[in-house]
Design a protein. Structure first.
Length: 320
């Protein structure tokens, strides 16, 4: 058999083997996606309940404070409330009161630990570099908490200040895995390492699409504190033991933990979806390449047979 046919046979065998590997990886990613999607949906409900509870507690205290000062309960007055006056100095006011002079911004960036996930990691890095430029334009110092080795390595190579990094997060993350991350993030915020913290990750929309998200985590601003809640509090009084501040001191860190864990879970879901799509595309490309190589091999074989027949006929004619 000519060398070209042998080479084509070897290429076809090699591509087929690669296709089998990518197909297996597609199935593994699909299985992981199915698990994280279920956890993600259930945890979103839990996170919403915590946010609603905190919103009601803070609203109740804000309303009481305005009443004591004989101030009208309206949108403007609620927006101007100083939480230090309501809760005093402590973790509660620190975690919900925006700081006036922003000098340093922290970013908790969630990326992956490996490749073969399509454009997942590159999109995270591209979006973050654009955000960093905007922050520098505002005169803010940047500090990064990197979850995922791909992002951490890139940021360090580009001289971006990485103050914390965590890799090796499970493919189906557990709540316990997020605890050290959250504890570090809250400690750094309370100790003044940064004045505000954003969590940046890829949100899973569906198996074929995702969206990059940047959400403010500290101070906590994603709360329903307004006239609607205040009006509801007029008709419904709350009995809180031992007191609202003590309860909020427990709930606010819990909400921060649930927010970060939810983001990690959402990001992992998007990563598995991207991996699944990438491996499906790789498998399809392998199948197409096998088909093209097989066609080439068949044509080469036909040409060889035609040449051999021609030589036999020529030899036979020469003998006559």
């Amino acid at each position: 058999m000519p060398a070209s046919l042998l080479e084509l046979k070897k290429k076809i065998a090699s591509v087929k083997q690669t296709g089998k590997i990518t197909e297996a990886m597609h199935m593994v990613s699909a299985s992981k996606l199915n698990q994280t999607e279920g956890h993600d949906k259930g945890y979103t409900v839990y996170n919403d309940h915590i946010r609603q509870t905190i919103s009601r507690l803070i609203s109740s205290q804000v309303v009481d404070s305005l009443r004591e000062q004989d101030i009208a309960i309206d949108k403007n007055n609620i927006a101007k409330i100083d939480y230090t006056d309501v809760f005093g100095l402590g973790i509660t006011a620190d975690m919900i009161q925006p700081r006036k002079d922003i000098k340093t911004t922290g970013f908790l960036v969630i990326s992956g630990d490996r490749g073969l996930v399509g454009s997942y990691n590159s999109n995270v890095i591209k979006n973050m570099m654009s955000i960093f430029e905007d922050e520098r334009a505002q005169g803010h110092e940047i500090k990064v908490l990197a979850v995922g080795s791909v992002g951490a390595q890139f940021f360090k190579k580009n001289n971006i200040n990485v103050v914390y990094e965590k890799d090796g997060v499970s493919d189906v993350p557990t709540f316990d895995e997020s605890l050290p991350i959250v504890s570090t993030a809250i400690k750094m915020f309370l100790n003044g390492v940064y004045d505000q913290l954003y969590v940046c990750y890829t949100h899973h929309v569906n198996s074929l699409s995702s969206a990059f998200r940047v959400e403010k985590m500290l101070p906590i601003v994603d709360l329903d504190i307004g006239v609607k809640e205040a009006e509801a509090h007029k008709e419904l009084e709350y009995d809180i033991e031992p007191d609202a501040n003590s309860v909020l001191m427990k709930l606010l860190p819990q909400y921060a933990r649930s927010t970060i864990y939810g983001a990690i879970l959402d990001a992992k879901t998007a990563e598995h979806a991207s991996s699944m799509t990438a491996m499906q595309s790789a498998t399809d490309n392998a199948n197409d390449l096998v088909s093209n190589l097989t066609t080439k091999m068949n044509r080469a074989r036909q040409a060889q047979i035609t040449t051999e027949i021609t030589e036999i006929i020529s030899g036979a004619n020469a003998l006559e």
